[in-house]
Design a protein around this ligand. Structure first.
Ligand SMILES: NC(=O)c1ccc[n+]([C@@H]2O[C@H](COP(=O)([O-])OP(=O)(O)OC[C@H]3O[C@@H](n4cnc5c(N)ncnc54)[C@H](O)[C@@H]3O)[C@@H](O)[C@H]2O)c1
Length: 209
């Protein structure tokens, strides 16, 4: 299914709704209203209805949504009904922690390779994955049909590592480095900066103090 021009903020909320629905399934809940989803995840119920309306008609007026059905639908919309193979470049503190994180697998992301250029790191094991030299990039990306690259190298080398990943066939980059990366328009880029979240917390703390 192809869905165009969905705002990124909506996609992020869909991911949060799907987690909440998963929680409801675990609790044995069969149906849920948009108001209950809204209260559960902390957004307005009109927002929930608007987000879901991008994808057609869901739910029955007065009854709400069937939890399992809506969950299955959101998983499909988010592309999580298939496995995405992932490569991590930079097996330092952060890259190693991400490689060991079990939560990715639970959502359909499989870390197939982790690379570094430090001879002292190469050959070390992170769970079932062994840290390999950067030179393995092309081969690993091709053999595992890897589409997602996670960049956890220092900022100075982040662009060259990203360029190399894209040349090798990666089409989605999750950048943890503070470097502002340039990628071709057909490549999806997301930047993760935990200090942005800390600053939001700080803003709220300051507001309430
Ligand atoms: N987004 C966030 O919130 C957040 C949080 C922590 C760190 N970071 C960033 O993540 C990155 C990694 O941080 P860290 O603490 O794990 O650092 P680290 O020094 O522990 O790890 C970096 C690793 O990259 C490797 N490396 C360096 N050049 C390379 C290259 N050209 N090819 C392959 N590997 C190479 C190093 O050998 C090292 O193992 C940094 O850019 C840091 O600023 C971001």
């Amino acid at each position: 299914m192809k869905v165009y021009k969905i705002p990124e903020a909506t996609v992020m909320r869909l991911s949060i709704y799907s987690r909440y629905l998963h929680q409801l399934i675990d609790e044995g809940v069969d149906t849920v209203s948009s108001g209950e989803i809204a209260a559960g995840v902390g957004v307005g119920s009109a927002q929930v209805r608007k987000d879901l309306a991008y994808f057609g008609e869901f739910g029955t007026r007065g009854v709400g949504y069937k939890v399992e059905e809506l969950y299955g639908y959101l998983i499909k919309i988010l592309g999580l009904d298939q496995q995405w193979n992932v490569i991590i470049v930079g097996a330092g503190k952060l890259g190693s922690a991400l490689a060991l994180y079990q939560g990715f697998k639970d959502r359909g992301f499989s870390v197939c390779a982790i690379l570094d250029n430090d001879p002292g790191r190469i050959g070390q094991k992170l769970g079932e994955t062994t840290i390999e030299p950067l030179e393995q990039m092309d081969q690993r990306i091709k053999e595992h049909n890897i589409k997602v690259g996670i960049v956890t190298v220092p900022a100075q080398v982040a662009q060259e590592v990203t360029d190399r990943l894209i040349t090798a066939g990666v089409t989605a980059i999750l950048n943890f480095s503070p470097k502002v990366l340039r990628v071709p328009h057909e490549v999806t880029l997301r930047n993760v900066d935990l200090s942005v979240n800390l600053e939001v917390l700080s803003f709220n703390l300051a507001l309430n103090s």
